[in-house]
Design a protein around this ligand. Structure first.
Ligand SMILES: NC(=O)c1ccc[n+]([C@@H]2O[C@H](COP(=O)([O-])OP(=O)(O)OC[C@H]3O[C@@H](n4cnc5c(N)ncnc54)[C@H](OP(=O)(O)O)[C@@H]3O)[C@@H](O)[C@H]2O)c1
Length: 314
């Protein structure tokens, strides 16, 4: 299928159909099961910047003290600034100590991000994981109000809302202030919870970013090596279905990761697929995976192995 250029809905941003995710670069062994050194992380971002992938997804909250943003910032500095046509997408997060997610914290979060990234504005800024907010994001003085102000000041070109819970993302999208939605782990070979949300967004020309096509690694490394799906243990059926998917892929000589990528990148519902990689070699490897032919019969077999809706994350 290969890498394509796409337009990210009504944001009008031109992006590649793959976007490099950076949470594994923040070295979070509790989520991914391994450490990543800063040098390896910077080299990975440099490999992305040297590839046809033109979008990088990061966040104020990835790792201790903005570790992922620092790595992205370091790589940007080493290449002398953001290369033409590359879109850096970051997200505002609550204060890690107090969980404050007020409008004032949103502003501070952005200021921290800009400093770490070495930028004075970002083309796209997301509200991160609103389902975990302890304050009302819609209230006067709250997160939404401040994000709109930041966009109106031009410090962010467009707003996105990023998270898991489909219901909460929909609530924010209904304000009509967000040009882009990002959902994770809910539109994959295993879980389809986000399909109606993506279709709804599509009808309104809201850009769609589908993150974690491997569910955080189960659908790339296999359930034996990555037993978590969507960052937690999910019970036997999830690992069992993933293993059956891997067996089906093995029988046809197709890497499971290639099939998982094909599901998202090939979907009419998705503008860009955000996947995590934590070594420079992965970048070229991923571009190769995208070229892997996936037989129709394998697609059908994998489709039949998707989890039943009662096991979806929702
Ligand atoms: N709420 C949000 O906004 C939100 C939530 C989740 C994710 N995201 C974004 O989306 C990105 C993607 O999510 P994710 O990184 O958690 O999960 P993912 O993309 O589903 O999976 C990443 C995992 O897959 C592994 N992997 C990648 N390519 C592989 C290959 N060819 N073979 C074997 N393993 C491979 C990576 O391993 P290696 O480290 O060994 O390369 C990593 O452990 C994140 O990095 C983040 O930027 C956003």
């Amino acid at each position: 299928m290969g890498l394509r250029e796409r337009v990210l809905g009504r944001s009008g941003l031109r992006i590649s159909s793959l976007c490099a995710g950076t949470s594994p670069l923040a070295s979070m062994p509790e989520l991914y099961g391994y450490q990543v050194s800063t040098d390896r992380a910077v080299d990975t971002v440099l490999a992305v910047l040297d590839s046809p992938i033109t979008m990088i997804d990061t966040s104020n909250g990835y790792g201790f003290d903005g570790a992922a943003e620092r790595v992205v910032g370091e790589a940007i500095r080493r290449v002398g600034g953001v290369p033409d046509g590359v879109i850096i997408h970051t997200k505002v997060d609550p204060d890690p100590a107090t969980r404050d997610f007020s409008g004032a914290r949103v502003r501070r979060s952005l200021e921290e991000s800009l400093e770490r990234l070495g930028l004075d504005r970002v083309p796209l800024l997301a509200l991160h994981d609103p389902e975990f907010m302890t304050q009302d994001g819609f209230a006067p003085g709250g997160a939404l109000e401040e994000l709109v102000r930041i966009r109106d000041e031009g410090i962010a070109g467009h707003l996105a809302v990023a998270g898991g819970s489909v219901r909460v993302l929909q609530e924010y999208l209904e304000t009509d202030e967000f040009d882009v939605v990002l959902n994770h782990s809910r539109y994959t070979l295993l879980d389809r919870s986000a399909a109606p949300l993506f279709a709804w967004a599509r009808e309104r020309n809201i850009g769609v970013m589908n993150a974690a096509p491997y569910g955080g690694g189960m659908l790339s490394k296999g359930p034996a090596e990555q037993p978590r799906y969507g960052y937690s243990e999910r019970g036997e059926i999830v690992a069992l279905r993933a293993q059956k998917m891997k067996d089906a892929c093995d029988r046809r000589g197709v890497p499971l990761a290639a099939a998982a990528l094909d599901f998202s990148v090939g979907s009419e519902l998705v503008d860009t697929t955000v996947l995590g990689m934590s070594s420079p070699e992965r970048v070229a490897q991923t571009l190769m995976l995208l070229e892997t032919p996936i037989p129709e019969e394998l697609r059908a077999e994998l489709d039949a192995l998707a989890l039943p809706p009662e096991n979806w994350l929702g």
